[in-house]
Design a protein around this ligand. Structure first.
Ligand SMILES: Nc1ncnc2c1ncn2[C@@H]1O[C@H](COP(=O)(O)OP(=O)(O)OP(=O)(O)O)[C@@H](O)[C@H]1O
Ligand SMILES: CC(=O)N[C@H]1[C@@H]2OC[C@@H](O2)[C@@H](O)[C@@H]1O[C@H](C)C(=O)O
Length: 365
């Protein structure tokens, strides 16, 4: 295999929101993005989601997650079947636990079993090597964001903000030659995003999420609760830094005395203020913010971000990307990097001591 071979790389992402599996192809040599193909979403049923939710916080040695693993494999195999032309697969798995301080992170799903079941080459377990080396193991999308900024032909700094269950940001200087060049990227998790809003509205109103931010728009932000929340040391911690879905365990207590509308408004303000707080670590204000992940569909979030952030704020669709499939495409891109022996993280993205090419490669035996 020659260095920098071009792949039709299928990325598969099951994110912290536990909503389902996204699959999309990135055509790439791991450096340049030559195109994207398709996009398929396979939602989890309520029953499947409940099983997966019940496994959050588990480590591999605890066992007992056979049923959850079966759900993960079944859902991913269904998605793979929609992409008969993909020649490699980047399989993220489902994060059940993430504790970089202990050098541990756990994404449920066995890439070797998936390779066996589908007859495809599977790249997986993207985060373990990075945390073992002392990195945060997350975020990993920044190298993809760097390539996207290059694709757009940008010359000045830009920020990609992903608002999934957790938020993460990549500040990119596209004038730098490579993603691991000094000063090319600063990336980290911003704070809670949709996960606490989802948990709150599920508990109060038995709905999955606050559609378009309608409930939050009808409420008032409780500034005392907001200020209290931002005393959390995470926001004062310099990057690199990353989060697990449930790291802010007491976040629901902050809004427990509020009515549903005010609680949703306050949790939504926590998500947007976390992005605002992230700016203080950037070397230079970005001229533009491009937002991906489900949070970009929340009008209350987007309106608040436009008021708070320096630079224009748009969903990534404004420049022709697919914000629903962006992370899946990222893991296709990263899979191509791994098979081409290119690093997937750097001190500026995860805090690993030197650039690391993470990920296991399982052949289609
Ligand atoms: N129309 C909408 N209005 C408001 N919120 C929405 C809308 N559509 C999606 N969302 C939110 O986005 C979430 C899904 O976002 P996304 O798919 O980016 O998460 P994820 O990939 O699981 O998370 P992560 O990036 O943390 O791994 C939903 O759970 C919901 O909270
Ligand atoms: C440990 C883990 O799964 N982290 C996820 C999560 O979801 C968002 C944020 O927290 C980010 O750090 C990461 O995902 C994205 C895709 C990343 O690695 O870039």
């Amino acid at each position: 295999m020659s260095q920098n071979q071009i792949y039709r790389a299928l990325g598969l992402m099951s994110g912290t929101s536990l909503d389902g599996v996204d699959g999309a192809v990135c055509i790439t040599d791991g450096q340049k993005i030559l195109g994207f193909e398709g996009g398929y979403y396979r939602p989890y049923s309520d029953q499947e989601r409940a099983v997966l939710h019940g496994q959050l916080g588990k480590w591999p040695e605890g066992g007992g997650f056979d049923q959850a693993q079966e759900i993960i494999h079944k859902a991913h195999i269904e998605v793979i079947a929609h992409f008969p032309d993909a020649d490699i697969i980047g399989f993220h798995g489902q994060t059940l636990n993430h504790d970089p301080k202990q050098g541990r992170t756990f994404q449920l799903g066995d890439g070797a079993a998936l390779a066996h079941a589908t007859g495809r080459r599977v790249v997986w377990d993207f985060r373990s090597e990075d945390v073992a080396a002392g990195g945060q193991g997350a975020p990993l999308a920044p190298f993809f964001h760097f390539a996207c900024a290059k694709t757009l032909g940008l010359r000045t700094p830009i920020a990609f903000l992903n608002l999934g269950g957790v938020g993460n940001v990549s500040w990119i200087d596209p004038s730098k030659p490579n993603p691991d060049s000094a000063g090319a990227i600063l990336a980290f998790d911003t704070g809670p995003a949709n996960a606490p809003i989802n948990d709150f509205v599920a508990q109060r109103l038995s709905v999955e999420f606050d559609k378009d931010g309608g409930l939050a728009a009808s409420g008032q932000v409780n500034t005392a609760a907001l200020e209290q929340f931002f005393k959390h040391p995470y926001f004062e911690t310099k990057p690199p830094k990353s989060l697990d879905r449930n790291d802010f365990a007491d976040i629901q207590d902050v809004v427990s005395d509020l009515n549903s509308a005010d609680g949703a408004a306050t949790l939504t303000a926590i998500a947007t203020s976390s992005a605002y707080a992230a700016q203080m670590y950037f070397a230079e204000d970005p001229s533009r913010w491009l937002v991906c992940g489900g949070g970009r569909k929340n009008t209350t979030i987007m309106t608040a971000l436009r008021q708070m952030l320096t630079g224009s704020v748009d969903a990534v669709e404004a420049v022709g990307f697919d914000g629903d499939m962006f992370e899946a495409q990222a893991f296709g891109f990263l899979a191509a990097r791994v098979v081409n022996g290119l690093p997937t993280s750097a001190p500026s993205t995860t805090g690993c001591p030197t650039p690391i090419c993470g990920g296991q490669i399982s052949p289609p035996l």
